[in-house]
Design a binder for this molecule. Structure first.
Ligand code: HEM
Ligand SMILES: *[C@@H]1O[C@H](CO)[C@@H](O)[C@H](O)[C@H]1NC(C)=O
Length: 488
């Protein structure tokens, strides 16, 4: 109650103090702004999809919004997005630095790091490490296959029954990252996983909501004991746990023989001299970043994949025919086998196109005064890429609005990847887990389709393909039935 009164007071003060935000000269157009609130009243925060659609229709491929006093530009369409993040790459490669999640992550980590040397060093290090050779004797493929075996066991236990796959796929994606980063898998009810999931859920729920909006717009309220403190408490708890794991690594590691990402980072720390941008503190947040970036994205894509494969059984069957033919007599699929599986490749890419897993990408920020499509965009402007608008853009795809692997096949049945395939975004900020994600999607989908038939339960009614809105979009919860395939 006291907090609300205080807040109201501050709010009124600000209304009086602050000038109304104004669009700079030649800035992209957008809806009218109010003092303090900017264009917030034009958006329904719970589900702004309809509002976005209206705004894009009225103002086109480059339009502006104000989050409080902060300007943001929303960019849509292949041509516009490419001009920004690929052609004018560096101009658009920053991240906003004064938002709620920046404070929660204490400006460490790689996802939200601004364009500069700390980001570059950490990104390069992560990319290097995740390539096969960086992680000691066991290859990335082996690690993924170990986890797939657990998924297969789960499915075998559910033969004949109906199963909710949400949990199973989340668990698989989560464990693959944990194995890469910490060298271990965790049971789903492990304390570590519970905390990390809670931390992430609180943070993402809040980052979208009213409290984060107020946090961003009114710096004066930041020290107050308001609901956003929960996210800070969660983060502290995660950092404590991660520090414990890193200390264990320090006790058991053999320098130069890394077992996982943490060991690699500790090796790197040994070698870095003064003035290095690597530190233990940064390592802790880096592990958090890899986990949050790699878990829901991958598992939501898998969920979309199986939702469509069950409801397009002829496509599922054609995948299985190709898999049987190419893998005949082989024990396990390898990532290299993809070169002989154009149809399977086309299906996986089509799943990613339709899944549209990170619809607005991660927000960018301009690093200098720049121009886009003839508009002037000053340094420090938030830039929101509308990836959806590229993944279903007319003119870029043979069948933009339907699930159809032909989008990735030419007349000869060969696999082709149109340039507008951007679920991982593009340019210098492009997803750094792309290689790992593609390997996971391929190995998991091929292994499971080889062994099982996936069937939409008769009593499940008509499938609802409309995704649930969020930072990552995901299908509505559904159930599946599995059968062992007779060949095999
Ligand atoms: C299907 C799965 C995935 C999708 C669709 C996806 C998509 C994306 C997108 C759209 C971005 C934002 C790029 C930009 O700002 O322009 C991103 C960034 C990022 N992703 Fe992924 N991602 C996936 C899986 C992964 C995995 C498995 C990892 C980790 C190992 C990962 C790690 C990251 C990181 C660290 C960034 C930040 C890169 C930077 O700011 O430089 N992602 N991802
Ligand atoms: C992105 O583009 C799609 C159309 O392809 C539109 O429906 C959606 O509202 C746009 N989102 C934003 C944030 O402008």
């Amino acid at each position: 109650m006291l907090a609300s009164v205080l807040l109201l007071g501050l709010f009124v003060c600000f209304l009086l103090l602050q000038l109304q935000p104004r669009r700079p000269k030649n800035f992209p157009p957008g809806p009218p702004c109010l003092p303090v609130l900017g264009t917030l009243l034009h958006l329904n925060l719970e589900n702004p999809l309809k509002d976005f659609q209206r705004l894009r229709q009225s103002y086109g491929n480059v339009y502006s919004l104000f989050f409080g006093l902060k300007p943001a530009v929303v960019i849509s369409g292949f041509k516009t997005i490419k001009e920004a993040i690929v052609i004018k790459a560096v101009d658009f490669a920053g991240r906003p630095q004064d938002l709620f999640p920046n404070y929660v992550t204490q400006r460490n980590g790689v996802i939200l790091a601004d364009y500069g040397s700390v980001w570059r060093d950490h990104r390069r290090f992560a990319l290097m490490t995740m390539r096969n050779f960086g992680l000691g004797k066991k290859s990335m493929e082996e690690r993924i296959h170990e986890e797939i075996q657990c998924t297969v066991d789960t499915l075998v236990k559910s033969l004949g029954a109906t199963l909710s796959p949400q949990f199973m796929f989340h668990n698989a994606a989560s464990n693959i990252i944990c194995k890469v980063v910490f060298g271990t898998r965790y049971e789903y009810d492990d304390e570590m996983i519970k905390i990390i999931v809670k931390c992430f859920t609180d943070l993402t729920k809040m980052a979208n909501g009213l409290w984060a909006m107020l946090y961003n717009s009114i710096p004066l309220i930041r020290p107050l004991p308001l609901p956003f403190n929960k996210a800070f408490k969660d983060m502290e708890m995660y950092l404590g746990l991660a520090a414990g794991l890193v200390n264990e690594h320090k006790k058991t590691r053999v320098p130069g023989e890394p077992r996982d990402f943490v060991d690699c980072y500790l090796d790197e720390l040994d070698q870095q001299g003064e003035g290095s941008s690597f530190s233990e503190e940064k390592l802790l947040m880096h592990t958090f970043d890899l986990y949050v970036a790699g878990t829901d994205t991958t598992s939501n894509t898998l969920l979309t994949g199986f939702l469509y494969l069950m409801n397009y059984p002829h496509i599922q069957e054609r995948c299985q025919q190709e898999i049987d033919q190419v893998l005949e007599g082989k024990d396990k699929v390898t990532f290299d086998d993809r070169h002989n599986m154009p149809y399977m490749q086309a299906v996986i890419h089509e799943v990613q196109r339709i899944a549209n897993t990170v619809p607005l990408s991660v927000f960018h920020c301009t690093t200098k005064d720049t121009e886009l499509m003839g508009y002037s965009i000053p340094k420090g402007t938030m830039v929101i890429q509308n990836l959806t608008s590229v993944l279903n853009e007319e003119g870029q795809w043979k069948f933009p609005h339907e699930f159809n692997p032909e989008n990735f096949l030419n007349d000869k049945g060969e696999f082709v990847k149109p340039e507008a395939f951007m679920p991982f975004s593009a340019g210098p900020r492009m997803c750094l887990g792309e290689g790992l994600a593609r390997m996971e999607l391929f190995l998991i989908m091929v292994t499971l389709l080889r062994k099982f038939n996936f069937i939409w339960p008769e009593d499940a009614g008509k499938p609802d393909f409309t995704p649930v809105y969020g930072i990552t979009s995901t299908p509505k919860p559904y159930t599946m039935k599995v059968q062992l395939r007779s060949k095999q």
